[in-house]
Design a protein around this ligand. Structure first.
Ligand code: BES
Ligand code: ZN
Ligand code: ZN
Length: 465
């Protein structure tokens, strides 16, 4: 059970500290109604209404807060995040009206990862009141989902191995009465040969597995959500450099996104038949590791020559996409920290989106625009498929040049998606190198809310006109 209070609560005229939102243009005029002492207090805090500034203004026996935003009448997800990070614990109400989308950053701005801290200097909760009572549940669910991704990604590989990912999925299955199937050992080798091959070098305690969760009305449209669960990526025998390996606890970031999206689908009772698939492995090094030059069999039957053991994510996803396709879903969406090339092209903030269907790309991009979570589309160019040719097998897992790495990885995945199935692939970074208001440094969700808004718009109950 969660004993923390909700950070967004219904405004029922309870006592709350007022917050005035201003920008530089409005500030001077607004400040005319303050007393000399109040103006001096703001001047001492160097408050002039610039974005993300926070000021405290004494008022009789109490005080109120001011926050700088770009436009008080048009708030984004992040406009209130700085206020939520720095104000004292308490309950707050915006003087200018309702927070709208800014309820999101108000919550995520208060996230911190404290699991391994003996002591923490956390300030108590800052609660924001909202009159948009109907929107509160969704806002709480979305921020919880984002924080869930952060927690999973921030947890070191030793404590977030394949078994721990299974525990997380089992917890969700119990909470939402979903069916959980976990395939390991000999059955994994038979049914998901590439997942087994990538994960077989890991210690027994981190043994590879395929985690599947099924939920919802059997007659509802089928939605498959797939996440790359590489709990640590050493690179395998094509070992990464120490700098390249340092952050690789985050290589299960795709699985974290998938689990969080699945929870959003279940907690909001989206009318779909959900199929969540997480191939969970550690790409480790030992005497029985798969090797460069090996040829793997796959669930689909295609043989795959290993050009690089560090291109392991596409292997485990290949088997998962094959399994998802067998149920002929209406839509498959996958999340993966798949390539360094996606990060080179777009940086951390824009997850690379690949799909064959223009309408699906538009739906995801439009959905992202409404919640400040923008995916950026990259192509799946037919002309580059030949780069994956193998001399001795049906395909290679890596191409021999440095071009278009994110797209070529997408093209490899495409080979395992059933023909004609609507599919979208997110190559997400899952990590924020430098904090921004509402977006702390460390594990991060990119594309999660875009995907959720998209599946809600596509599969949710349509309102009557
Ligand atoms: N997990 C990495 C991708 C990655 C690296 C994501 C750094 C974010 C930051 C993936 O398994 C990988 O190593 N990909 C290789 C593929 C290459 C060997 C074809 C890459 O991107 O270099
Ligand atoms: Zn790798
Ligand atoms: Zn990887």
């Amino acid at each position: 059970m969660n004993d923390k209070p909700d950070l967004i609560q219904a405004d029922r005229d309870q006592a709350a500290t007022p917050v005035h939102l201003l920008n530089k243009d409005l500030f001077e005029d607004w400040a005319k109604r303050l007393s000399g002492g109040q103006r001096a207090a703001l001047a001492a805090q160097k408050f002039d209404g610039s974005g993300y500034q926070v000021g405290i203004v004494p008022d009789g026996d109490g005080w109120f807060a001011v926050g700088g935003v770009a436009n008080p009448d048009d708030l984004s997800s992040w406009c209130l995040a700085k206020l939520a990070e720095v104000l004292p614990a308490g309950t707050y109400r915006l003087e200018s009206g309702d927070p709208g989308p800014a309820v999101h950053g108000w919550q995520t701005g208060q996230y911190s990862f404290t699991r391994y801290k003996s002591e923490n200097d956390l300030v108590g909760p800052r609660i924001l009141l909202s009159k948009q009572v109907k929107a509160i549940d969704q806002a709480l669910a979305e921020a919880r989902a984002v924080n869930f991704v952060c927690d999973l990604v921030n947890t070191p590989a030793e404590d977030m191995g394949p078994a721990a990912l299974e525990d997380v999925a089992a917890g969700l299955a119990k909470q939402y009465r979903a069916e959980l199937t976990v395939t390991k050992g000999d059955a994994l080798e038979r049914e998901f040969p590439m997942v087994h091959a990538v994960g077989r070098a890991a210690a027994r305690s981190h043994a590879p597995r395929m985690i599947e969760l099924v939920w919802g009305d059997e007659k509802a449209p089928r939605l498959a959500i797939v996440g790359k669960g590489v709990c640590f990526d050493s690179g395998g025998l094509d070992v990464k450099s120490s700098a390249g390996m340092l952050l690789m606890k985050k290589d299960m970031g795709g699985a974290a996104h998938a689990l969080a999206l699945a929870e959003l689908v279940m907690s909001t009772h989206l009318p779909v038949r959900l199929h969540l698939l997480v191939p969970a492995v550690e790409n480790a090094i030992s005497g029985n590791a798969f090797r460069p030059g090996d040829v793997l069999s796959s669930r689909k039957g295609l043989t795959v020559e290993i050009g690089n053991t560090d291109a392991e994510g596409r292997l485990v996803l290949g088997d998962a996409l094959t399994r998802a396709s067998e149920e002929n879903p209406a839509f498959i969406i996958d999340f993966a920290t798949l390539t360094g090339a996606a990060r080179v092209a777009l940086g951390p903030d824009y997850p690379a989106l690949m799909t064959r269907r223009d309408e699906t790309a538009k739906e995801l991009i439009d959905a992202g625009a409404t919640c400040d979570d923008p995916p950026w589309r990259m192509p799946l160019p037919e002309a580059y498929v030949e780069w994956l040719k193998s001399d001795i097998a049906d395909t290679n897992n890596a191409h021999g040049n440095a071009f278009a790495g994110a797209s070529v990885a997408g093209l490899f995945l495409d080979k395992f998606v059933g023909e004609g199935i609507d599919w979208a692939h997110f190559d997400t970074f899952a990590w924020r190198p430098v904090a921004k208001p509402g977006r702390p440094k460390g594990g991060a969700a990119y594309g999660l809310r875009a995907a959720f808004h998209m599946v809600q718009a596509r599969f949710g109950k349509k309102r009557h006109q």
